[in-house]
Design a protein around this ligand. Structure first.
Ligand SMILES: Cc1cc2nc3c(=O)[nH]c(=O)nc-3n(C[C@H](O)[C@H](O)[C@H](O)COP(=O)(O)OP(=O)(O)OC[C@H]3O[C@@H](n4cnc5c(N)ncnc54)[C@H](O)[C@@H]3O)c2cc1C
Length: 344
């Protein structure tokens, strides 16, 4: 295991923002993961697990502890089961599964980051989420320093949540994920954007067709990482869609000029309201600029680094949006990306 010092974290994030890590380790196997944990413990330094940095905003002051970059690779297939190492890139894995004739994750094409990051926030898009296909998560338990195999039922998956980003945050280091995919399944076409994409087509799309459509829809929204595109210097959607009781939804809808508000049903009869709609109704628009920070010109939910933005710039825009939505609707928007390091 090789540990470097004072390594700038900005190149390891899709925002392209952030100061240095005091220590930076790259783990290509489980032994190196354990060694890095021991290294941090010996120095009583905080530890942060870094995947693809696509759901991350790093402080301008960096991180005063050990950053453990997960670089374990390997994909093993047994029938419909795929055991994938946490450092594998997610999108190429989706392509591989589809190429081998398996479905269940086709709508999640084009999402950046690593396989290890997918159970953390139960990655989801266009009508699918990984909770539907994860069988188990292999992880180092920092309480016991043993590797454990957590069944999906023990991962506490719900909308953009799992035990890994809530109740047991900082307890597990994911080293692998086992998925059960469906051979020759019909592609999932439940999401309105996807249905609309194929509206004018007479034939039903195959799995490859759906993957291409998802990538194209993402590209149009600036939600596909494309080299040199300022709209994708982001962490994807910056805010979660708030889940509210039906009574609050109806109150908001009754005041809306259109009489309706984009929303999806959630658990227990509650509704997930479009955060993008709330933001737009609170005085913001696509392409909104605040210094070097801004809102993507193609997607209201994505805050972007317009070039040379600091974490402070992004945080100032975040705070302005949160305050405006709170004042207009009494709803507190929750950021999706993880903040690393001191804020101030
Ligand atoms: C353009 C764009 C589009 C996006 N679209 C979507 C989308 O449609 N749907 C969606 O859900 N997300 C989306 N995202 C967000 C992001 O891609 C996902 O959340 C992704 O799964 C994050 O993985 P990562 O490896 O980059 O994690 P990182 O950003 O490196 O880390 C995020 C969090 O996960 C933890 N973590 C990462 N790896 C591990 C591990 N091995 N063990 C333990 N903890 C770990 C980190 O400590 C951190 O707390 C998008 C982001 C971008 C930039």
């Amino acid at each position: 295991m090789f540990i470097r010092e004072y390594i700038s974290l900005a190149p390891y994030t899709t925002f392209g923002i952030g100061g240095p890590a005091r220590w930076f380790a790259e783990a290509g196997d489980e032994g190196s993961v354990v060694e890095t944990v021991e290294f941090a413990r010996e120095r009583q330094a905080p530890l942060f697990v870094l995947g693809g940095g696509s759901n991350l905003l790093v402080s301008d002051d960096g991180f005063p502890g050990v950053v453990l970059h997960i670089a374990l690779t390997g994909v093993e297939q047994q029938g419909s089961f795929f055991q994938v190492a946490a450092g594998e890139q997610w999108d190429p894995f989706v392509s591989l599964a589809v190429k081998r004739g398996f479905g269940g994750i086709e709508c999640l094409a084009g999402i950046p980051g690593t396989v290890g990051g997918t159970p953390v926030q139960n990655v989801g898009a266009y009508g699918q989420e990984v909770a539907e296909t994860v069988v188990s998560v292999r992880a180092l338990d920092l309480h016991s320093l043993n590797f454990v195999e957590l069944p999906a039922a023990g991962c506490g998956f719900s909308y953009r949540r799992s035990i890994f980003n809530s109740a047991e945050r900082n307890r597990y280091i994911v080293t692998g994920v086992k998925y059960c995919l469906r051979r020759d399944a019909a592609p999932a076409l439940s999401y309105p954007d996807l249905k609309q994409y194929f509206n004018n087509s007479n034939t039903s799309p195959d799995m490859d067709g759906v993957v291409s459509a998802v990538r194209e829809i993402r590209r149009r929204k600036g939600m596909l990482l494309v080299e040199g595109e300022p709209d994708c210097r982001s962490a994807g959607s910056f805010f979660r869609n708030p889940v509210v009781p039906r009574s609050l939804y109806e109150e908001i809808a009754s005041q809306a000029a259109s009489g309706s508000v984009p929303a999806w049903s959630a658990q227990d009869g509650w509704l997930k309201i479009s955060a993008a709609w709330l933001i737009e109704q609170s005085g913001f628009h696509k392409g909104f600029r605040m210094g070097a920070a801004g809102i993507s010109s193609r997607h209201t939910l994505a805050l972007i680094n317009r070039g040379g933005a600091s974490a402070k710039d992004i945080a100032a825009l975040r705070d302005r949006i949160v305050a405006a939505v709170e004042q207009r609707f009494g709803i507190h928007l929750e950021p999706e990306p993880v903040w690393l390091g001191p804020e101030g």
